[in-house]
Design a protein around this ligand. Structure first.
Ligand SMILES: [Zn+2]
Length: 596
């Protein structure tokens, strides 16, 4: 119905492959699927069912977007992926009315896109690709997370009906042929008074995001003016980003949003006569940028998040970005999360908050600050675990507790859960959960850590998991010499073949609790990146760098990365340099070190 083109390939088969390396592959007329993604257990959660429905809809949409009309060259491979997701959401979302899809979209896309787009290593959605052997390094958060945000904005810019008509025209014109992003923009441009080529330049052809600043001027209790401005963080470039912008004016926790369009540099907004508790830009979670709140709204939102679910989620993500940019203290973010978590009812928001709580403690807190907060955090998490109503919420709280636990009493309780002498009513723990629990206990150096690992390996039934645990085990050893030997063997590409295993081991090797003894491995890991790109799968270089650096917060390690980058030879691949810059971004920020 959406494309106005009947199914183009006659037959339409599903072929289920056991342990297929992709979720699905859109061969015309016969879609291949990873069998476990379609054959779910009876206990499957709503989220898993939504994921399966989305996967089927995604591959089906590819019959039109990708197969009927194919990109001319791989620099536009992102288009078919974005359209497949775009269509999948239209097909599947109405069947899951109990899920807040706007909120789900927000959490699934914005934090990951910002994680890369705020760094010096970011790239444009549409990149130049000279040789197919570099195609793998194009994939990442900018294509998978930022591009869908941008596409949703394009639909809003044109209006849903006009956008659909343009897509139909594009598909008909290029059926059984090839087309580029430029072809699509030219087709859509005829349907709007806006200059889509200029729009595309800011959003698709260039990297980064606008700084969007709220300026609220008050005279006592009265509002004098309210203005939102945008600027390009790269001053010399001077881009303007056209986008929809909703602004909520909030009193207490309730805000009333109004929709605007940000086209020029500044936007004046009329507000109530009295100064509100907060002004929240992007209250509908549609706009994209580095938002700078006005000081009184920032303080107010750190006290109380808005009542509306999407506005609350948007404020949460925004305050996190403000923390990363040093406008909010990590301690203030921590206090907000600890205060908001016990009363939060939305499952998606609870999961997002738990993830932020972990990051703020492991990454942004100093060791002493982290240790001092342990008791309060563990109490909050235990209470959340007990109060949680659904199995998926139970496991979210439990996993957070497992990953943050530090105090001897919580560790010994977790050990009892691992020994199955304690149970948590309503919490379902499967084999992979016991493995992770054993490993998390071992990395904390509990007295019988080695015995726990041995017993867990013996207990493990699944041969693949058993092999993985045996591989990872030396990285968890209390003996630094054994951990060093784990790293040394990875110089041999054969030992790096099972990349998921390697990444898990590297993650434990550089665990924040072990960071000091792992500092010496950082430089060799950077030196190995070039070879890793040649021998590894497409996502491996970025994941290798993330696993290496995410546990560190010392100026020494930041300096190691800087020295390495400054000493790179002229011919070093730019994409790898960018991967390092983006993986090291938090480290540079935490240590307040200037980026090279
Ligand atoms: Zn796809």
């Amino acid at each position: 119905n959406y494309t106005g083109i009947p199914y183009p390939f006659g037959k339409f088969d599903f072929l289920l492959v056991p342990s297929f390396q992709f979720g699905g592959m859109e061969h015309p007329g016969s879609v291949y699927y990873n069998a476990p993604a379609l054959m779910l257990d009876e206990s499957a959660t709503q989220n898993q069912k939504l994921g399966r429905a989305s996967l089927i809809a995604h591959e089906t949409a590819h019959m039109w977007f990708g197969d009927l009309v194919t990109m001319r060259w791989f620099n536009d491979v992102w288009m078919k992926e974005v359209f497949a997701n775009f269509m999948a959401a239209k097909i599947v979302n109405p069947a899951f009315p109990e899920i807040n899809h706007d909120l789900r979209f927000l959490y699934a896309h914005y934090p990951a896109a910002y994680d890369v787009d705020r760094t010096a290593g970011t790239n444009a959605i549409r990149q130049r690709l000279d040789n197919l052997d570099e195609a793998g390094s194009m994939y990442g958060a900018i294509i998978y997370q930022k591009a869908p945000i941008v596409m949703r904005q394009l639909e809003l810019l044109l209006g849903a009906a006009s956008f659909r008509d343009g897509m139909q025209e594009y598909l008909k014109a290029h059926a059984f042929g090839n087309a580029t992003w430029t072809d699509l923009i030219a087709t859509l441009d005829r349907r709007t008074p806006d200059d889509l080529a200029a729009w595309s330049r800011s959003w698709v052809e260039e990297a980064g995001r606008p700084i969007i600043r709220v300026d609220l001027k008050a005279n006592g209790e009265a509002v004098e003016s309210l203005e939102v401005t945008q600027e390009d963080p790269i001053t010399a470039r001077g881009l303007l980003w056209t986008q929809p912008l909703s602004v909520a004016i909030g009193y207490r926790r309730d805000g009333v949003g109004t929709r605007h369009r940000m086209t020029g540099r500044a936007l004046r907004i009329s507000s109530g006569a009295t100064v509100p508790d907060y002004v929240l830009p992007n209250s509908d979670g549609v706009s994209y940028g580095n938002f700078v709140l006005d000081p009184s709204s920032r303080a107010s939102l750190l006290e109380n998040l808005p009542a509306d679910e999407v506005a609350r989620g948007s404020a949460l993500v925004m305050l996190w970005e403000e923390m990363v940019d040093r406008r909010v203290a990590p301690r203030a973010m921590f206090d907000l999360l600890m205060k908001a978590l016990p009363t939060e009812r939305n499952e998606l928001t609870i999961q997002r908050m738990l993830s932020y709580l972990q990051q703020v403690r492991w990454r942004w807190f100093r060791d002493a600050e982290r240790a001092n907060s342990a008791a309060a955090v563990e109490t909050t998490l235990r209470a959340g675990l007990n109060a949680a109503k659904t199995p998926s919420l139970k496991s979210a709280w439990f996993n957070a507790l497992r990953d943050m636990a530090q105090s001897p009493s919580t560790l010994s309780w977790l050990e009892s859960v691992w020994r199955k002498t304690e149970t948590v009513p309503g919490l379902v723990l499967a084999e992979p959960d016991f493995i992770t629990l054993a490993q998390e206990l071992a990395v904390r150096g509990v007295p019988d850590g080695e015995a726990i690992l041995s017993e867990q390996i013996a207990r493990t039934q699944n041969p693949d998991r058993k092999g993985r645990m045996e591989f990872v085990r030396p990285a968890l050893s209390a003996d630094p010499a054994i951990r060093d030997a784990f790293f040394a063997q990875l110089k041999d590409p054969v030992k790096r073949r099972r990349e998921a295993w390697v990444l898990e081991g590297i993650g434990y090797l550089h665990h924040p609790l072990r960071a000091a003894s792992a500092e010496k491995h950082v430089r060799p890991s950077l030196e190995m990146l070039l070879e890793i790109q040649k021998t590894g799968d497409i996502f491996f270089p970025k994941r290798w760098m993330d696993a290496t650096l995410s546990g560190h917060r010392s100026p020494t390690v930041a300096a190691t990365v800087t020295t390495f980058l400054e000493g790179l030879p002229a011919g070093y691949p730019d994409r790898l340099r960018r991967i390092i810059l983006s993986s090291a971004d938090d480290l540079f920020r935490v240590t307040r070190q200037a980026r090279p």
